[in-house]
Design a protein around this ligand. Structure first.
Ligand code: ZN
Length: 194
């Protein structure tokens, strides 16, 4: 790889350009912290910045890895995407817990506000919308393939109230749960006759 000029590296830092992650690191003399180019922390003053081609050199010079962009966790670590991926995994695994949404930011280790914004930016929807989609899909599955009644299904998939479940279900599926079950039954009867 051709050696990057300091101007180029500075441009990458100012733009939080993740394409340069792993290619170089920058440290800030005033804070003693070393970062990846993509770090979302405040862009430092140019005169305080030193560049390194390896993290070891920076650590050797006494700089500490940034807690936000974690340059110590490998070149391909993508902090923001990884956080959202973890959140999605937890939501998919624990959708039936009515409190999962409130618990999530703390379990992931970021503030509620930061989590909301980050999730929306990466996925295009809010954590609430994402979770609701999962719950409705599970409810639809149970309506089609189990004999549980609406209240049981509502609680099983993590809704707190039956009315909330009804409204959400209708919004997403275009018809109420009972009707959905009936339509699915008829659909399957037809399928069996063919
Ligand atoms: Zn950083």
């Amino acid at each position: 790889m051709t050696k990057l000029s300091e101007t180029k590296m500075w441009e990458a830092v100012a733009a939080n350009d993740a394409r340069y992650d792993g290619a170089f690191y920058y440290a800030v003399k005033t804070t003693g912290i070393v970062c990846r180019p993509s770090c979302k922390s405040k862009v430092p003053n140019r005169e305080n910045v030193v560049f390194f081609t390896s993290l070891d050199e920076a650590l050797h010079d006494g700089f500490r890895p940034c807690k936000r962009c974690r340059p110590d966790l490998g070149a391909h670590y993508r902090p923001e995407e990884d956080i959202v991926e973890l959140a999605c995994r937890l939501l998919r695994g624990e959708y039936h817990n009515p409190d999962i949404l409130a618990e999530l930011p703390e379990r992931i280790g970021i503030s509620f506000f930061h989590f909301q914004r980050l999730f929306k930016r990466v996925t295009g929807c809010t954590p609430k919308e994402y979770l609701r989609r999962i719950r409705i899909d599970k409810a639809a599955e149970l309506l089609a393939h189990s004999s549980l009644n609406n209240t049981d299904i509502c609680l099983t998939v993590g809704f707190r109230s039956v009315s909330g479940f009804y409204t959400a279900f209708r919004q997403h599926m275009g018809l109420p749960p009972k009707k959905y079950r009936k339509v699915r039954e008829i659909g399957e009867l037809r399928h069996d006759c063919l």
